[in-house]
Design a protein around this ligand. Sequence first.
Ligand SMILES: Cc1cc2nc3c(=O)[nH]c(=O)nc-3n(C[C@H](O)[C@H](O)[C@H](O)COP(=O)(O)OP(=O)(O)OC[C@H]3O[C@@H](n4cnc5c(N)ncnc54)[C@H](O)[C@@H]3O)c2cc1C
Length: 464
Amino acid sequence: MDVDVAVLGGGPGGYTAAIRAAQLGAKVVCVELEPELGGTCLRVGCIPTKAWVQTAQFLHQARDSFGPLGVKVESPELDFAAANEWKAGVVKQMTQGVAGLFKANGVEWVKGKGTFGDANTIAVEGGEDVHFKSAIVATGSYPLRPPIDGLESPLCVDSTGLLDRTEVPGRLVILGGGIIGCEFASIFQRFGSEVTIIEMLPALIPQEDADAAKELSKQFGKRGIALQLGKQCTKVEESGGGLTVHFGEGETVDCDLMLVSVGRGPRVEGLGLEALGVQVDPRKGIATDDRRRTAVPHIYAVGDCAGYWQLAHTAFREGDVAAENACGHEAAIGSPAVPRPIYTDPEIASVGLTEAQAREQHGDAVVVGQFPWVANARAVMQAETVGWVKSIHESRYGELLGLVMVGPHVTDLIEAGVVAIDAESTVETVADGIAPHPTLSEAIKEAGLVALGRAIHIPNKRRR
Ligand SMILES: Cc1cc2nc3c(=O)[nH]c(=O)nc-3n(C[C@H](O)[C@H](O)[C@H](O)COP(=O)(O)OP(=O)(O)OC[C@H]3O[C@@H](n4cnc5c(N)ncnc54)[C@H](O)[C@@H]3O)c2cc1C
């Protein structure tokens, strides 16, 4: 089969690239080895985890918020089978949606595993060769397994294995306190598991703003999630139908299941790319320029297989840019503001620089304002007052550098910060804008007002 653009992989990066290239008039195929489109994100990542997050959140609200707000319910409990059915239904609707979009845009979906035969051919296992003018590689990533004794036990699962469970483990140990580990810790504590996180670094979500990481640790602690930070896991042993996990200086914890979530590596091996002259690093993935071109100019790479972010929304944009270039247009990624949502309870969302990064880059010319949810009327009436919004700007021009949020619905609210930072807005633009009242969104401008020393709804720090 001869096409203009062949896309390898049907996840967020690949399906966006395929649809956009077709919209630009190209003849496009997308080769995907799984029986559904959507990739990690739709099948075993963003979508099913957030369906469980929703169940966990409703369970918490029904148990702890309904009563005080005047809603009487009989003691709410988890129906895990129903929650899993709900999750499967959401995944099905989303993956079938992508198949529908392929049809609507005239993208042909070729089922099977693809590998590059030469610089203009993808060989598809059990199918016809695809001859292309341009190709976009979007093969995603896979979960890493550290070399720890005993980790090959079937009771040590990755995120896909955990999403497949039909029973809630009584005791769950999570190896890795990054985003995925923390999201599952938050879910399973609400589902009734006794949860322990073992993390070798001294903080949870170590790449995030230090205050946000501290707040998450504090709230997890209050919920009874055991945190073993700054400790290495050394060995895992099967014992009495469960596991004994060894960590730190001779410490142990027993559990029924262990989630291994220590990061993901780019899926780049065995694709035949090196033979074509594409630069591939097994740790960092496929090297590309700002237009997503590899060293072989008509072959592009997007998403987790070529990415730094490992996020679905960066893969979407990269797919878009690669498709434009593959179809003869000029597009580049540039350096857009990238939102960093974390769907724990409390939620965390940031964009731009963390406070530490801002101070590193701008020294003393950094001003920070923090507005607590307890002073926001909507948060109070929703009984969701944990956390705060932090506004970070530089004092020379007043440019907003970062926004860090911990609390209710912040993964939805962070988009305001994305727009503000992309537009190079000043803190005054944000603080003096009119936000609807009473809403959670007011906390963003209020944090700006705190930074400017003009807060109305909390006391300002005394000027010396
Ligand atoms: C548990 C979990 C939760 C997550 N939650 C979020 C979140 O909330 N928000 C967020 O932004 N990101 C989240 N992510 C990350 C997100 O899923 C990825 O960043 C995103 O899926 C990357 O998209 P992609 O298109 O690069 O790769 P993928 O989605 O991995 O898609 C790659 C596709 O290529 C196919 N493929 C691979 N090799 C071949 C081959 N040789 N031939 C044919 N097909 C092939 C694969 O089967 C797969 O379908 C999460 C990830 C996990 C694991």
